[in-house]
Design a protein around this ligand. Structure first.
Ligand SMILES: [Zn+2]
Length: 454
């Protein structure tokens, strides 16, 4: 009895916030009816706190009560109380009394319409126990709407700019359209799905500023990034440094050790770093990072890394030498991977040819072929990426290729998770730049894609 009284008072007090789901409910305020009840909007079952996007205006709210075994009651009392967004007070249906609903019969409330707002369905059995189901209804306002909150999922240029503030690429209306069409054709359905995708490509494409994987590495960095790759085993050997083999792979911050001073790498471990190949376990010890060339003056004949530990001369490469070094580096790093040839000769190698492209870094011949096939089957776009990999340099095509890769490798239902790390490991098995991706995801979820629940 008290439960019912409590809610009744609230219903008639326009100053109070009726909806119990906004408050912390304590046990005992709501009594569990013995039978089973189900509340529907149309054919959709409502559960507590659900936000339901109502796509058909003529849908009604239904209740069905199935009594417990042994209960011979023929009916149950029911009422719906709602507060439309435009109203400051609650509306009750029936207005003052309770409706009488036959047991085991799906029965609707005779409301004229279901405006956007909060709804509470109350059910009272003959012992005066009352249960409630609370939910929120939103009409479907947009053609492409979040299935959780109803938000318009068509992105504007301004919204993309908010996500990718440093990108010039989204000034191109074709790129914006490609994003919107690709999201829809790929089956993205919620704010959360969008946030995962955008967070990943933001990291993969340096904030949507580049479509092509860089190939200019300094020694320290190349040893760190590719230590799990089979084609790089020969890098993790001291002769790679001592015999200056690295000069054919690095393209920036290059220093050549001068023979006049003996390089002693055992003296102080803090100035040196060891890199170990993941599968062979062999190691190389190299000076810990090299400064940029602007970090010292050329007047000094040779850069003195650390006193007493050898002298290094800055090496400057021509444009073509840099290209060739980057080419050799990626040919080694990606040889024999993802459908690429194991041959690393310039003429036959495929690592550089199928280096990361698109905004999600499609890498390797197999992935190029898959992206091509998915573009054709899902998007009805025919691009010969295998024979013309540079097609992905085009920003609009890069968008399509990125979605093609993504939906080939990740199920849309996987994107229901709210843990960005789960998706990070699907995009990048090593989890590289996990923090960056996580930060992107959190920022996007807190700004544009809050997935606003009332
Ligand atoms: Zn949403």
């Amino acid at each position: 009895m008290s439960t019912f009284k409590y809610q009744w008072d609230l219903i008639h007090d326009p100053q109070s916030v009726l909806f119990a789901w906004l408050e912390d409910e304590s046990e005992g305020e709501i009594k569990k009816l013995k039978g089973t009840y189900t509340v529907y909007v149309g054919d959709n079952i409502m559960t507590d706190k659900k936000v339901f996007i109502n796509t058909i205006k003529t849908k009604k709210i239904y209740v069905k009560y199935e009594p417990a075994v042994g209960d011979t009651g023929k009916y149950i009392n029911a009422k719906v109380v709602y507060r439309p967004v435009w109203s400051k007070t609650d509306i009750s249906w029936p207005v003052t009394t309770w409706g009488k609903i036959d047991v085991n019969t799906k029965t609707y409330f005779g409301l004229d319409s279901l405006p956007e707002g909060r709804y509470m369905v109350l059910l009272k059995n003959r012992d005066d126990n009352v249960d409630t189901v609370n939910f929120y209804l939103r009409p479907k306002k947009y053609d492409f709407a979040c299935s959780v909150c109803g938000r318009n999922l068509v992105l504007t240029g301004d919204e993309l700019k908010q996500i990718f503030p440093n990108s010039e690429k989204i000034n191109n209306p074709d790129v914006i359209n490609a994003f919107n069409n690709a999201f829809r054709k790929s089956g993205f359905k919620t704010c959360n799905h969008f946030a995962h995708f955008l967070a990943q490509i933001k990291t993969e494409s340096a904030g949507l500023t580049t479509t092509t994987e860089g190939s200019s590495y300094y020694l320290h960095r190349m040893l760190e990034v590719f230590r799990g790759n089979n084609g790089t085993k020969f890098w993790y050997n001291q002769s790679f440094l001592d015999d200056k083999k690295y000069l054919r792979f690095t393209a920036i911050r290059i220093y050549e050790k001068m023979d006049s001073a003996k390089f002693d790498y055992s003296v102080d471990s803090t100035d040196f770093e060891t890199f170990t190949h993941k599968s062979t376990g062999s190691s190389i010890i190299v000076p810990k990072d090299y400064p940029s060339h602007s970090g010292h003056t050329t007047a000094f004949n040779g850069y003195k890394l650390t006193k007493g530990k050898g002298y290094y001369k800055a090496v400057t490469l021509s444009f073509q030498q840099k290209e060739d070094n980057g080419n050799r580096l990626l040919n080694a790093a990606y040889s024999g991977m993802n459908g690429n040839s194991s041959d690393t000769t310039m003429a036959n190698a495929e690592g550089y040819k199928y280096r990361g492209r698109g905004f999600v870094q499609v890498t390797g011949k197999t992935n190029y072929l898959n992206a091509q096939n998915t573009c054709s089957s899902k998007f009805q776009l025919n691009y010969d990426f295998v024979n013309n990999p540079d097609l992905m340099k085009n920003d609009t095509i890069a968008v399509w290729a990125s979605f093609a890769w993504f939906i080939k490798n990740i199920q849309i239902s996987d994107l229901d998770t709210e843990n960005p790390d789960v998706i990070t490991y699907k995009v990048n098995a090593a989890g590289l730049e996990k923090e960056s991706r996580r930060n992107n995801y959190n920022a996007i979820r807190q700004s544009i894609f809050k997935c606003n629940k009332p």
